[in-house]
Design a protein. Structure first.
Length: 546
């Protein structure tokens, strides 16, 4: 009998991990019009195929729900990574050599941007423009540190920005100055870095759109079908809308499903809250504004986190919102308007306070979007238990362990001390206590490749560093737990659990097909497993042999 509805695309002869408890495995899947049409064995799927169906031989392939990065920065990351990659620098001489090379190829007055600068290469010293000014020979430069929460500006960049001394800024943001009041070039948190960034030429919308399109195609090739974008830069909406226009004419298109979260910063007034609420639901093809991002603190590495007790330098003692009750008021207003929030909270005090504010607005049984806490780098037992019971979603990035060492010799661990450093990234404890753990990369802070994220969650180190001792190996996840945290859990966090995150009839046709089984492949080998096919909204956006 000829089926009334036939598939547009089908994969047969594969191993399908559906992440659906009702039918955990299958050998074939068919999709049509952006939805899963059928899941089953080869014979069942061939019944919904006809001569117009594109049938993929899945022999040797493993299909999973499309992988979603729970925390990334697709637009601000695109802007940040348009400069020099400094992550490979192992000392100040490496840094100076890269900057000298860039200066030699730059026109007079041209800005030099860099990203990924690791403060550990500075030998325990704070970042200072004297390290870079002479090799830049008067060129303006802005170098973002690896955590994205601090930067080093050259003397010329500070001059062009009009930053000549201390600046009063909200929260723990700071233009760091020498004893005489002269800026050192170290800029802590976005209110400080924005002062200098605004003086640099902005990227044109068409170029930004083209870069985003190339980025999302690379992400597709690594297996990503979606991401929760934790910002909405000024140029985001024009670039995304331009991509939609170009796609209609057969040009560059967005090929990654994005949920975007504009920032809510300290000092926001009622009009600002109303504007954030108004933006919700703004959407295009594959993208939607669907939440708000807030910051409760900064980072441990630059002393701007909020800890119950100061770090070894007497820093990380205050929140980003001062007084913190202003954060509670902002979260309350957004929650009352039905807006889900994602709060950056790294230090134990920041996580505890954010949880105090979010838990009353969170129903663990709710089927709608959840409030979230991002990062949670150090947390005591009692806080883990409270978070798991609250229904608030913990969103974490296991590949960030690459910035610390098991022996606590790194800047992050030294600042915290042994007891708090031993509470690093408690992914397993949170998950097994019942929390709906979401995993992501925080790209560009770590690489967006989800295979690396899945591997790091199991290894507690990044797979490219086999000689590194795992950081807190008892916090390792199983392969299935890690996969669920990049499929099922992001859908739950977004309130999309009834139509996304599983390979199930009627669900979104977002699929990732690996050349080997990610649940049985040794985690250190996982990043080298080719992604054969990536399907977004029922459309093939990456094919290995294409």
């Amino acid at each position: 009998m000829t089926p009334r509805i036939s598939a547009g695309l089908a994969v047969v002869g594969a191993t399908v991990h559906t992440m659906d408890p009702a039918r955990p495995t299958a050998s074939a899947v068919a999709v049509r019009d952006g939805r899963v049409l059928a899941v089953g064995d080869d014979a069942e799927i061939r019944e919904v195929c006809d001569g117009a169906t594109c049938v993929v031989d899945g022999t040797g392939l493993t299909v999973t729900p499309g992988l979603t990065d729970g925390h990334l920065h697709p637009v601000s990351g695109t802007l940040m990574t348009s400069g020099i990659d400094l992550s490979g620098c192992r000392g100040t001489e490496d840094l100076r050599a890269l900057l000298a090379e860039a200066r030699g190829g730059a026109a007079d007055g041209e800005w030099i941007h860099g990203f990924g600068l690791d403060p550990n290469i500075l030998g325990g010293q704070r970042p200072h423009r004297r390290v870079i000014d002479d090799v830049l020979d008067g060129a303006p430069a802005l170098l973002t540190l690896f955590d994205g929460h601090a930067a080093l500006a050259s003397g010329r960049a500070l001059q062009l920005a009009g930053v000549t001394g201390p600046v009063e800024l909200p929260g723990n943001a700071d233009v760091v100055c020498d004893a005489d009041g002269t800026p050192t070039g170290e800029l802590l948190e976005s209110p400080a870095t924005d002062l200098v960034e605004r003086a640099a030429p902005a990227m044109e919308t068409r170029e930004l759109a083209a870069r985003i399109a190339r980025l999302t195609r690379r992400m597709n090739a690594a297996g990503l079908t979606g991401g929760h974008g934790m910002d909405l830069e000024d140029g985001s909406l024009p670039a995304l809308r331009l991509l939609d226009e170009q796609a209609a004419d057969g040009g560059d298109a967005l090929t990654l499903r994005l949920r975007l979260h504009p920032w809510c910063q300290p000092g926001v007034d009622r009009a600002g809250i109303r504007e954030l609420v108004r933006l919700q639901g703004t959407s295009g093809h594959l993208w939607e504004v669907a939440g708000v991002k807030l910051f409760m603190d900064g980072t441990i590495d630059n002393g701007t986190a909020w800890l119950h007790h100061a770090d070894c330098h007497g820093e990380s003692t205050k929140p980003f919102w001062l007084p913190p009750e202003t954060y509670a008021a902002a979260v309350g207003a957004l929650a009352a308007a039905g807006v889900p929030t994602a709060t950056h909270a790294i230090g134990d005090a920041a996580v505890a306070y954010a949880l105090d504010c979010l838990a009353p607005h969170t129903d663990p049984a709710s089927e709608g979007p959840r409030h979230r806490i991002e990062h949670i780098e150090t947390a005591p037992d009692a806080l883990v238990a409270r978070l798991a019971a609250s229904g608030v979603v913990p969103s974490m990035q296991p590949s960030h362990v690459q910035y610390t060492h098991a022996d606590h010799s790194d800047n992050w661990s030294t600042r915290l001390g042994t007891e708090r450093a031993d509470r690093a990234w408690r992914c397993a404890d949170l998950l097994r206590a019942g929390a709906p753990l979401v995993l992501g990369s925080d790209w560009p802070i770590a690489h967006y490749d989800p295979r690396e994220v899945l591997a790091a969650a199991q290894l507690r180190r990044i797979p490219s560093q086999p000689d590194r001792e795992p950081v807190r190996p008892r916090q390792a996840l199983t392969a299935h737990e890690a996969l669920a945290a990049m499929t099922v859990a992001p859908a739950l966090a977004a309130g999309e659990q009834h139509h996304a995150g599983r390979v199930r009839e009627g669900y979104r046709a977002d699929l990732t097909a690996f050349a080997a089984d990610p649940l049985t492949t040794a985690p250190q080998d996982l990043p080298d497993v080719p992604v054969h096919l990536t399907v977004v909204d029922g459309r093939v956006v990456h094919e290995q042999d294409a």
